[in-house]
Design a protein around this ligand. Sequence first.
Ligand code: NAP
Length: 444
Amino acid sequence: MTEMRTLKVALLGCGNVGAQVARILIDDAGMLASRAGARLELAGIAVRDVDAPRDVDLPRELFTTDADALVRDADLVIELMGGIEPARTLILAAMRNGACVITGNKALVAKDGPTLHEEADKAGVQLSYEAAVAGAIPILRPIRDSLSGDRITRVLGIVNGTTNFILDQMDTTGAQFADALAEAQRLGYAEADPTADVEGHDAASKAAILASLSFHTRFALEDVYCEGISSVTAADIAAAKDAGFVIKLLAIAEKLGAEGTKTGTKTDAGVSVRVHPTLLPREHPLAAVHGAFNAVFIEAENAGELMFYGQGAGGKPTASAVMGDLVSAARSLVLDGPGRAETTTGQVPAAPISAAVTSYYIGLDVADQPGVLARIAQLFAEHGVSIETMRQTIHRDSGSQTESAELRIVTHRASEAALAATVQAVKGLDVINTVTSVLRVEGV
Ligand code: NAP
């Protein structure tokens, strides 16, 4: 019987995720060896402070501040430091040295994916980042491998647990955004500086990665249109609820047809990649994703609709995704097989946000006068935006003895450009007091 090979694993970072990865490497060494076909030896852990307390009890001698030296001598490098530098330089050095790299660094992959992939291809090593999108949920591998014989037409993802928690709190308790955010911070779901989450930047990185793999084209962060949730009000949530919708922050990557409509056909008019608060019918599968959970809903030509659900963050769940990549990369080294790589044969252009096609919810505060509804409906028709439903509620102000009406309109699918022109024209009508909200709707 031949002796089992030993592969040296360098771990960069020992925080929330890294500490759990180190624990699994040590505690489950036997299981990992049998699955990988090689012993996975944790050669060292690079950190900033070797004496800092850790979530897991780990041998002191494993720690080092010399990440460069650790990487130089490794077969497999797991980068869980976060940030762009020194993570980027260390990953590139590792791959040039022939090591396979596993990372959870969505910011780096979204920002510099092409360079990292080129270097991996050149070196003939695997670069994997399942943990970078939706934590524990196996989503990148199904897209890249399981669906590689199908044509994905649309991806809708709840890929940021913090914003899903906040919107869910607002939906279930009627809280305002600021109160729901404070609650998320108190429970540890939101950081002290929540900007990256609430302004949609974290979701935008994940949208770029999902779109790149789904459409076999490298989309950069700049290709992603991004709106966060900080302007969503309790009134928006209540109105949406009243109309049978829930508001979610969605990462959307969708193929547009030649005429700018969603067709699911083989035409390549571009891919719309975007992140924004979105109304979903309450019976849509993504509407049932509560708290800090994540889910990704995929539509493919032959597979139809698929949904992947689970924990999108947290040390242990994210470590699970890292370990899956690690075993797979180790097997490629043992079998001396080709590294698994993404393909970029699609080369579809990124469509501007004006070309995106979706339904819309529009809230209007209007004067309660005869003929108002007809004038508004006519304006929509003139701009080619067809109305699906229009609901009116009358408000009486007993103090000033005036009456106003609240109009809630849901449109059929229309382009962003047509909708923007319609809203602009509606604002110019003398009977309009305010446009209270304009939100996109999916899943109708
Ligand atoms: P974290 O808790 O902040 O840990 C970062 C670790 O990296 C720390 O151990 C830190 O060392 C080390 N580090 C940072 N800069 C370093 C440097 N310049 N040199 C050496 N070591 C350095 O981060 P995390 O939450 O585990 O996240 C790690 C990565 O996984 C990030 O890219 C993140 O986006 C991604 N991710 C995280 C989650 C999650 O739930 N946390 C989910 C999905 C993906 P010290 O401990 O000595 O300071």
